[in-house]
Design a protein around this ligand. Structure first.
Ligand SMILES: CC(C)(COP(=O)(O)OP(=O)(O)OC[C@H]1O[C@@H](n2cnc3c(N)ncnc32)[C@H](O)[C@@H]1OP(=O)(O)O)[C@@H](O)C(=O)NCCC(=O)NCCS
Length: 229
């Protein structure tokens, strides 16, 4: 169907300029190297292949988080959301985790979701830290608004950082937002934000060549903790 460009100009929200997130590499507890890099819009269909099997996993709120993430990534792909970004965690080219968020304005960031597709390696924790690093160190924001949908998420973000409670509504519509301020970030950074730059060229080339996805059963087993990478 031909796109009505005049109507599209109204339907597509304006985007704030965003500096790129420089890729980094983290050695995980199992010795594997995870590359964290920024996705481009064209990556979305490949990312959705790994998010899709998680839609049907009730354990640890994988279903709701994946469903929302799926919709948010599609909204970005189809130009229906303001200033969204997505960071990927890849091991041997395979997608092992995803984080996304967006800019509410130049100073305030809105955290969306964190999904660890492999478990027990703090992949989600490292990716969430990378997203806070992006907002603070590369986008120069003053604060990020965050809500948790799962007890593990609450433990990882609200308690581990720790984040500040507010009465500000969050656009995901759950409990009121918690806030990462610059002061909280700088205090937590030495403990939680890790990784090396630049990423060796061979690792970056492998990650960028293809976003590989495991079959649905393997993903389900990994999330249940039955199978490691
Ligand atoms: C929240 C999340 C991103 C954290 O990822 P992570 O930092 O890589 O941590 P894991 O989920 O692997 O592990 C969390 C804890 O459960 C334990 N665990 C690991 N694998 C497990 C498994 N298969 N079953 C049960 N527990 C497991 C870990 O040992 C860890 O314990 P610890 O907190 O004492 O270290 C991840 O659990 C996730 O994607 N959950 C579903 C979506 C979600 O809730 N997102 C956040 C919304 S606020």
């Amino acid at each position: 169907m031909p796109v009505d460009l005049e109507l599209e100009a109204v339907l597509r929200p304006p985007q704030l300029p965003m500096s790129p997130y420089p890729p980094k590499v983290i050695v995980l507890a199992n010795g594997k190297k995870m590359v964290i890099r920024q996705a481009v819009r064209e990556d979305v269909p490949a990312i959705l292949k790994s998010v899709h099997p998680c839609l049907f996993i009730e354990r640890d709120y994988y279903d709701i988080v994946s469903a929302r993430l799926y919709g948010e990534l599609l909204a970005w792909y189809r130009y229906r959301v303001k200033s969204e970004y997505c960071l990927l965690g890849q091991v041997d080219g395979y997608l092992v985790g995803v984080v996304n968020g967006r800019l509410e304005n130049e100073k305030v960031g809105m955290s969306y979701h964190t999904l660890a597709i492999d478990r027990g390696l703090r992949i989600g924790s490292h990716l969430f830290a990378a997203k806070m690093e992006y907002h603070m160190d590369y986008l120069g924001q003053e604060e990020v608004l965050i809500v948790a949908e799962s007890p593990i998420g609450f433990r990882r973000w609200m308690i581990e950082y720790p984040l500040e409670m507010t009465t500000i509504p969050h656009e995901l519509g759950g409990g009121d937002s918690y806030r990462l301020t610059r002061a909280i970030y700088l205090k937590a950074k030495p403990r939680l934000v890790v990784g090396d730059r630049p990423v060796p060229q061979n690792l970056l080339d492998e990650a960028e060549a293809e976003i590989k996805f495991a079959d649905d059963d393997t993903i389900r087993e990994r999330i249940a903790g039955l199978k490691g990478r």
